[in-house]
Write a protein that binds this ligand. Structure first.
Ligand code: URA
Length: 416
């Protein structure tokens, strides 16, 4: 078998067999298939798609490229969640302690941000002392003792995805439904949880721009998970507008902590609503209860302080300093003002995400150093009335803020 034969089949519109997909994944992971041949196949997949069987074989081959985590020494139904990536998406920081405070073990492996979409690991690492590199034993012990652990992916978890994702990122092949589905589901299955709630983002700040594509991605991932014996629920949520008021690593942790503390003036209803929905799905999947039971339980642990207490317990268990969860002064701050009066119709999440990367909150390349305190605070949100000249956002960075970034945030606002 060789790659030229695979190219010929793809060009003729034929589906690749399981053996051919195994050959590609094993060869690329081992380094015997070069980047240029892998790129060619990825672009063919991006343009022509894959059948359900091909996508399933790809996911399986990716899982088998590395270790599969055994969580059997954790008692109970282990639940995980995954977002396909958004701007201001700090939902994991909020829903994981909610679920753990309901007694459900949350064993979560998360990733770092790349491009405009943030990553939970970067957000957690913005907290002084917090460790996200846990050994398997530490991870399991933390879940058994505290019902919650969130760690970065271990060295040998789906090594095929590490190589393929890096290549996709620089070859214009990230936004492909089968490639995203295989990438996410291989990591989720290899991470060992029994149930998975998928938050599929849809809109300007997401990989899926239309509801139809988001639904196809959700259906593809759900089918893969169920075929591999997992309970999976997918929820499609809006990513035309950033979620909540803060975008940036430390800023998002501060906002999540404020929400858990019930300080709604420091956050926004859209974030609370989204967290209640995702947490409710997680509880339904894990506890086998219906929505009528799950949603009030989620609201109860938010209101009675159990969720915030669990958040603090989790941060301390991983070495983090609670007193460090405060907004830090940055060397530079800029106000963005409204150029016209009216009502905020929409805030383009893509432009806000790009601006936050320019401020230092995201990576341009995998090697970029992050400015943990950099980011954007949205003063005006969708639906807010504003007068011309009002401050609609603040920008924070530890390097000088250029005019282009200020203008980009102003342009992100559509005021009707
Ligand atoms: N997140 C992933 O883990 N993989 C993708 O391909 C896209 C988003």
């Amino acid at each position: 078998m060789n790659m030229l034969q695979l190219f010929e089949k793809k060009k003729q519109g034929l589906a690749l067999s399981q053996a051919e997909i195994d050959y590609f994944v094993e060869g690329y992971t081992a380094g015997s298939i070069p980047d240029y041949q892998a790129s060619s196949l990825l672009m063919a997949i991006r343009l022509l798609g894959m059948t359900d069987d091909e996508t399933f074989y790809l996911t399986k081959a990716m899982i088998e490229s590395g270790d599969v985590i055994d969580l059997s020494s954790i008692e109970g139904f282990k639940i995980d969640k995954h977002s396909t990536g958004g701007v201001g998406d700090k939902v994991t920081l909020i829903v994981t302690p909610i679920i753990a405070s309901l007694g459900i073990p949350v064993a979560k492996f998360s990733g770092k941000g790349l491009g405009i979409t943030g990553g939970t690991i970067d957000k957690l690492e913005s907290i002084e002392g917090l460790k996200t590199e846990l050994s398997s034993q530490e991870f399991i012990d933390n879940v058994n003792q505290h019902k919650i652990a969130v760690a970065g992916q271990t060295g040998n978890l789906v090594p095929a995805d590490k190589k393929l994702y890096a290549l996709r990122d620089v070859t214009g092949t990230v936004d492909s439904i089968p490639l995203i589905a295989a990438s996410i589901m291989s990591k989720k299955i290899a991470s060992g949880a029994d149930g998975i709630v998928l938050d599929v983002k849809c809109g300007s700040g997401a990989f899926m721009k239309t509801e139809q594509d988001a639904q196809r991605l959700a259906d593809t991932m759900t089918a893969i998970g169920e075929k591999l014996g997992r309970k999976v629920v997918a929820h499609i949520s809006d990513m035309d507008n950033p979620l909540g008021k803060m975008i940036g690593n430390k800023l998002e942790v501060v906002e999540a902590y404020a929400l858990l503390n019930g300080r709604m003036e420091e956050t926004h209803e859209d974030l609370l609503d989204e967290c209640v929905v995702i947490a409710s799905f997680m509880y339904q999947v894990a506890a086998g209860v219906d929505e009528a039971e799950a949603t009030p339980a989620v609201k109860r642990v938010l209101a009675d302080g159990s969720a915030v207490a669990k958040f603090e317990e989790f941060i301390v268990a991983q070495g983090g300093v609670i007193a460090d969860i405060v907004q830090k002064d940055t060397a530079y701050k800029a106000a963005v003002t409204a150029s016209t009066a009216g009502t905020v119709e929409t805030i383009n999440a893509l432009l806000i995400g790009e601006a936050s990367v320019s401020l230092g909150a995201g990576r341009v390349t995998k090697e970029s150093a992050l400015d943990y305190d950099a980011g954007i605070q949205l003063i005006a949100k969708k639906g807010d009335p504003i007068a011309s000249g009002d401050t609609i956002a603040y920008l924070y960075s530890n390097h000088p803020i250029d005019e282009e970034t200020v203008n980009k945030v102003q342009k992100a606002y559509t005021i009707a």
